[in-house]
Design a protein around this ligand. Sequence first.
Ligand SMILES: C=C(O[C@@H]1C=C(C(=O)O)C=C[C@H]1O)C(=O)O
Length: 105
Amino acid sequence: MPSEILRLRASIDNIDAALVHLLAERFKLTRQVGELKAIGNMPPADPSRDAQQIERLTAIAEASGLDPDFAVQFRQFIVSEVIRRHELIAREHAGETMPELDTYA
Ligand SMILES: C=C(O[C@@H]1C=C(C(=O)O)C=C[C@H]1O)C(=O)O
């Protein structure tokens, strides 16, 4: 393998590691948001927040030379998983707070 490709791959590996670390931190934060939403009986998805983020990320992608459609799809991939997890948290929370059912309920 040419040394130039190996050199480039070393930086690509560093960036991939950073992306995984960033995603791990992001999911820690969104889990906390999910717990707060469950406690406050708020729905997992927030369409107005979604619209703000899409507008903001589109502008950032355009300014930085990334395909904005890709940026929006990438965000949607992540947020879909966040919402799936929020739904699980909400179900867990609802189960915890439900009254005990008797044998005949
Ligand atoms: C995390 C939240 O919940 C959902 C997930 C979002 C995200 O991962 O960025 C944004 C909005 C919501 O659809 C939130 O409302 O902040």
